[in-house]
Structure formats: structure tokens, C-alpha cells
Ligand binder design. Structure first.
Ligand code: S3P
Length: 458
């Protein structure tokens, strides 16, 4: 196996204990925001650790289509830029010449809608089939209350493409009906283009990358008890910003190591923002040893190294408050649950049904295909762990996290597991197949896991 983009299937066989030392590519959520906020800033920003995945490259292209200049400094060959200089427009975006392609990315589309809602020009956002079926009312509602005029042009009501008309926005106070960082961020980004204070109240703590990045770029906002307010008219100041590794990508290896007694894994330079690390708490609760080694961050996002030692896992209950902080890791946590002794309850997670696929349905279907015992509920699933997994042919349904979660399941199944339709992993984790290959070959040396980057002068 290689890290070639065209790979469309993983063939995985069971492995014994492993000892891996790796670094995963940049955080997807933070990379999207870095392109947008650096694009709005006054002056030049240097972004390093950028994730060259399809989702983030679409967002970077969108920002460039709004007149933002970008010099690529370094790239991952075959994928795209990992470091760049972005010449911000000091909030004065230009009209894109064509409709903007957001690909598979809900984050890209929803945050860009917030950014574009208060402009003096019209724009249009579209995406692939999966994105065109995902709910956009959750952002067109609050943005509409701010005075935005956004048409949803999709075949499915309330869905993309989005036509965003020129509008002058006014600030609102908005209580989020769901714990969604995407919706929160769309409203806060739109709030930058209003006169006065925009406030978002969230029902639970959700990832706070937008708030942290606003502050890192010199904006002031207030934040207490899940109430976040920002005064419009502020202009971010360009700066250097380092994107840490994506804990959601690391989660695949974290589970692989946690569920294998005797295994050891070190993930270096990975994001340790507390609104994202609930997966570490869960595998720890299930019995694995988790050692966190934070690095003194100094403005920006917390990061560090994480070391995992595997064990016989036991089932656990995910608690309501941690669901938003591990929502993207649930497919692979369900795999851990299948490998654990006892029951794991994953409930109050109905947001899973509106992700890149209906992740309750796709996770349950694939777990069952591999011999897992799982009960499906409208708001999640309960997994009765301990039934031996058997190799099977499973599909990703075009969902990157389903593809990767079931590659991990294959490491524990009897016989060969084939995961079909895996090119989608490039949505979030370019280099996943390289890391999978190194784990399957039993590599121990960090050099064998290193993903290539090279400087560029384009
Ligand atoms: C994201 C927020 C989450 C998450 C998504 C990325 C973000 O979605 O599932 O992958 O970057 O803000 P919701 O905010 O819709 O829960």
C-alpha cells in the first residue's frame, strides 16, 4: 500500500501488539478557520501545519476566490500546501467570479456562509452529493435573523446550493438549538461584519477554535458560561499561526493502541484543546493508560504529545456533555466498544445522523457485518462488546471517518477485512494509508511513519 490518492480499497489483516511513533496531519477544523481568519486579517499571516486535505483545500480556494493572496511555502507532495503566507484583505473581500465548491465539507460551507452573508456582493456555495443533503437551515435561520438573504437551491428543502445575496447585517443574540460549533462559528463570523454586539448562547461546550483564533488574531470577545459575544467592526491582525495535528485523526491510532494489550503508541504535536480531547478520557475510562505531555503553547491552540498503552478494555457510558467533544470520533469509539468487555452506551448523539453519512446507520451496519453486537437507537447505539470480530467486506459510503474506523476494526478481526471506497480519507487524513501500511508492517521507527513535505516556491 502507498499514500497514493487513487487507492480505493483497504485490505487489512489482524496484527498483534504494536509500537508506533507518529505525527498526524494538521487539524481540519483549525485549518479551515486559519484560511478564513488570515484572509480577513490586516497584513500577512504565516500558517504552518495546514491540513492539505480536500476539505481544507476547498476552503483555501474559496478564500482565494474572494481576492485573498496566498504564497505556498511548503507542501505534502501529491496532496497540497502545508505552509503558506496569506495576504489578508483587512475585511474587504471581493466578489468571487464563480460559484464556490465546498466539496464534502459542512464546516467549509457553513462557516463560509457566515463570512459571506454580510457582504455587498452576491455569492453561491455548492457541494458534493453528501453535502447537498445536509441541513443548512441551522445556519440560514440565524443568519436570516441578522438580515441575511440566503436561498437554499437544493433538490432537498433547506439544502445547498446556497445563493447568498448582498445584505447589511444587524447583530443578534442567538440561542443555538443544537450544540454545534459550525453554527456558532457562522454566527460569530457574520457578527464581525455588523455594527454592535453579536451573542451566541450554546447549550453545551463545543469546540472553541473560532473563539481562540479570533483572540490569537487580536480580536476581543467575551465568553462566560457558554455565552459568547463579539463586537462587530474589529479587524484581525495578521500573525504567525501553527496548526497542531488533528486529534480526530490521531483517534484512529489511539483506539488501535488502547484496545491491544501490550501496544504502545506515541502521537506527537497533536492538538490538546480540551473541547476536543474527550476521546482520550473515554479510552482511559475503558482501561487504557493515557499520558498527556502538553507543550507550553503561548497563544493559539494547546498541543503536545500523547502516549497510549493498551489494555483489555471495558465498556463505558458516554456522558451527554462529552458528546460534542468527541462527535467525530464516535465511529471509532464504537469499534473500541465492540472490542471491550461489557456494554457501551452512546446516546444523545442524534447529530451523528446528519454528518457526511448517517453515522449511526453506517457504523451499526458495518459493525454488524463484522460480527459486532449492537443495538440501534434514533439518538445513537449501544454496543455489547466482546463478540469476536470477523473479517468482512464493508463500505465507507464515501465517509472518510467510516472508512478509517473500519480499517482499525480490521486490525482486530479474524481474517481479511476489505474496506471499499476509501479515496474519501483524503477529506481529512492525507497519509492515512501510509500510516496503516506502516502499522501493518510492524514499523517502530518514527522515520517510517513520517509523511513527506517539501518546500515550494510556487
Ligand atoms: C466542526 C464541528 C462539528 C464536527 C465537524 C467539524 C467544526 O460539527 O462534527 O467535523 O470545525 O466546527 P457540528 O458543529 O455541526 O457539530
Amino acid at each position: 500500500m502507498s499514500s497514493n490518492k487513487q487507492i480505493s480499497e483497504f485490505r487489512v489483516r489482524p496484527i498483534g501488539s504494536f509500537d508506533a511513533d507518529l505525527e498526524v496531519p494538521g487539524d481540519k477544523s483549525i485549518s479551515h478557520r486559519s484560511a478564513m481568519i488570515a484572509g480577513l486579517a490586516r497584513g500577512t499571516s504565516t500558517i504552518t501545519g495546514f491540513l492539505p486535505s480536500e476539505d481544507c483545500l476547498n476552503t483555501l480556494a474559496a478564500v482565494r476566490a474572494c481576492g485573498v493572496g496566498c504564497d505556498i511555502l511548503e507542501e505534502m507532495p501529491g496532496f497540497g500546501p502545508t505552509a503558506m503566507r496569506i495576504h489578508g484583505k483587512a475585511m474587504q473581500l471581493e466578489a468571487p467570479a464563480e460559484p464556490i465548491d465546498c466539496g464534502n465539507s459542512g464546516t467549509g460551507m457553513r462557516l463560509l456562509a457566515g463570512l459571506l452573508a454580510g457582504q455587498s456582493f452576491e455569492s453561491e456555495l455548492f457541494g458534493d452529493e453528501s453535502l447537498s443533503g445536509r441541513p443548512m437551515g441551522r445556519i440560514t435561520d440565524p443568519l436570516g435573523l441578522m438580515g441575511a438573504r440566503i436561498e437554499t437551491l437544493g433538490a432537498k428543502p433547506g439544502c445547498a446550493p446556497l445563493r447568498i445575496h448582498a445584505s447589511k447585517l444587524q447583530p443578534i443574540r442567538y440561542e443555538l438549538p443544537m450544540a454545534s460549533a459550525q453554527v456558532k462559528s457562522a454566527v460569530l463570523l457574520a457578527g464581525l461584519f455588523c455594527e454592535g454586539e453579536t451573542t451566541v448562547v450554546q447549550p453545551a461546550v463545543t469546540r472553541d477554535h473560532t473563539e481562540r483564533m479570533f483572540e490569537a488574531f487580536g480580536l476581543s470577545l467575551s465568553e462566560a458560561d457558554n455565552v459568547i459575544s463579539i463586537e462587530g467592526g474589529q479587524v484581525p491582525e495578521g500573525r504567525e499561526f501553527r496548526v497542531p495535528g488533528d486529534i480526530s485523526s490521531a483517534a484512529f491510532w489511539v483506539v488501535a493502541a488502547a484496545a491491544r494489550p501490550g501496544a504502545r503508541l506515541v502521537v506527537r504535536n497533536v492538538g490538546l484543546n480540551p473541547t476536543r480531547t474527550a476521546v482520550l478520557d473515554v479510552v482511559e475510562r475503558m482501561g487504557a493508560t493515557v499520558i498527556r505531555r502538553p507543550v507550553e503553547a503561548g497563544g493559539g491552540e494547546p498541543y503536545g504529545d500523547v502516549e497510549i498503552h493498551g489494555a483489555e478494555l471495558s465498556g463505558t457510558d458516554l456522558v451527554r456533555a462529552e458528546i460534542p467533544n468527541l462527535i467525530d470520533e464516535i465511529p471509532v469509539i464504537a469499534v473500541a466498544a465492540a472490542l471491550a468487555k461489557g456494554r457501551t452506551r452512546i446516546r444523545e448523539a442524534k447529530e451523528l445522523r446528519v454528518k457526511e453519512t448517517d453515522r449511526v446507520a453506517t457504523t451499526v451496519e458495518n459493525l454488524r457485518a463484522m460480527g459486532g453486537v449492537v443495538e440501534e437507537f434514533e439518538d445513537g447505539m449501544e454496543v455489547e462488546g466482546g463478540a469476536p470480530l470477523k473479517g468482512a467486506e464493508v463500505r465507507s459510503y464515501g465517509d472518510h471517518r467510516i472508512a478509517m474506523a473500519f480499517a482499525i476494526a480490521g486490525l482486530f478481526a479474524d481474517g481479511e477485512t476489505r474496506v471499499l471506497d476509501t479515496a474519501c480519507v483524503n477529506t481529512s487524513y492525507p497519509g492515512f494509508s501510509h500510516h496503516l501500511d506502516a502499522v501493518l508492517r510492524g514499523c517502530r521507527d518514527a522515520a517510517e511513519y513520517a509523511l513527506p513535505t517539501r518546500p515550494t516556491n510556487s
